[in-house]
Ligand binder design. Sequence first.
Ligand SMILES: [Zn+2]
Length: 212
Amino acid sequence: MNILLIGAPGSGKGTLSQKLTKKYKLKHLSTGDIFRAEIAEGTERGQILKQAMEQGLLAPSDILLEVMKDRLSKSECADNVLLDGFGKTLEEAKELHSFYKIDKVIFLDVDYGTVLKRILKRRICPDCGFVTTVDQSGEVCEKCGSKLISRIDDNEQTFSKRYQVFMEQTMPIVKYFDEAKILTKINANDSIDKIYAKVCNIVEGNTKEIEK
Ligand SMILES: [Zn+2]
């Protein structure tokens, strides 16, 4: 079974991906990882992707599609994959979907206020890279004891822009998969444990209920 997880920054997508890949022995494939692998191979396409990333631009569509198709057509990606990202535009998502089988799309639907609160509580350890929230750990890294800091782009102004861009790009893709009858939308304003339980139910096919 191949699953596509869609969620705004701060929706809990990263944490859920980690838990799901472990529990269901899925292979985690993110667009970012696929691009980084291409860049590391030093190909011409990798060079173009690198430039786009450095300039904060979207990858050119033809390159994105070529790179994604190459990767997704490898035998190890045929089944049991958890996809994190699948084209940035509706056209790219449609093209990839015509090429690659997706069984379930899970959309983590979360309010702006909820994700903003989560983002502002997020801290990173400057020494070991451990990411946590201030509720859980206080202000000191639980792995190495260093003082935690906020990520540079975790402030309200930057986040509001990132969130807005994400929603504009993603909602047409959500609608497309909904019409294809493979999308389940879940309310992701709850605690991560509750969201995880709901997502597991969907993965296991225990719920037909679609929250609107
Ligand atoms: Zn640390």
